[in-house]
Design a binder for this molecule. Sequence first.
Ligand SMILES: [Zn+2]
Length: 257
Amino acid sequence: MARPSKKSTSAGAPRSGGKVASQRVADLAAASRILAAQGVVDGFGHVSMRHPAAPDRYLMARSLAPALVTPKDILEYDLDSNPCDAAGRGSFLERFIHGEIYKTRADVMAVVHSHSPSVIPFGLVDVPMRAMFHNAAFLAAGVPVFDIREKFGATDLLVSDGAKGVALAEIVGQHDVALMRAHGSVACGPSLEAAVFRAVYTEVNARVQHWTIALGDGAPISALDLDEGRLADAVNLTAATRAWNLWRTMVRGQVKW
Ligand SMILES: [Zn+2]
């Protein structure tokens, strides 16, 4: 196992945590394209993965539309979101979302940030997102909303530095998903596959909740309760592999194994 080093190179960039298997790098590039294909990200949004051997490093694409990411676009960062070897490649402005969540959550191995549209209304009105069906069981534990103006006043809404990332990570807390008012959401997971699954089903759940609210016309909603959420999520974390295999196969021609 590679030993992560806190030491910096002479150029001031953090040292790499070590080489990552090319298949895993390809999987991360594929995850970007999967999220685009599933309507979770468009020209914007990003997915990261903690370095498998160095917990104080993570991997994420250079600043690029997710549907265009290839393995050679994947960069490595320290948890302050400094690139180890950018080689002239640009970084996402909002990479601090990822680094700060990895700092506070040792269990999180992957993070998705998106502006998936069906989710956004739940950050704008006082209607909590709830788990409408078993695939979205991870939402039953509650979905907090990060309002950037509470600490930072009027901003461009972007989590574009470490302080804003810290504030977001505090709101995420131990949850798997958090909304960002007038912006988007984050989804976390114990694996790349789980984080992608949760990002996809957060968007699907939002649509189902909109339909349910309209259909119910004020009637109580029989969403999953906390216990049902916990039980169903345990199954999902294994079943997510099936969804991942399907989605990974669908982008196989774009990002080879
Ligand atoms: Zn964003």
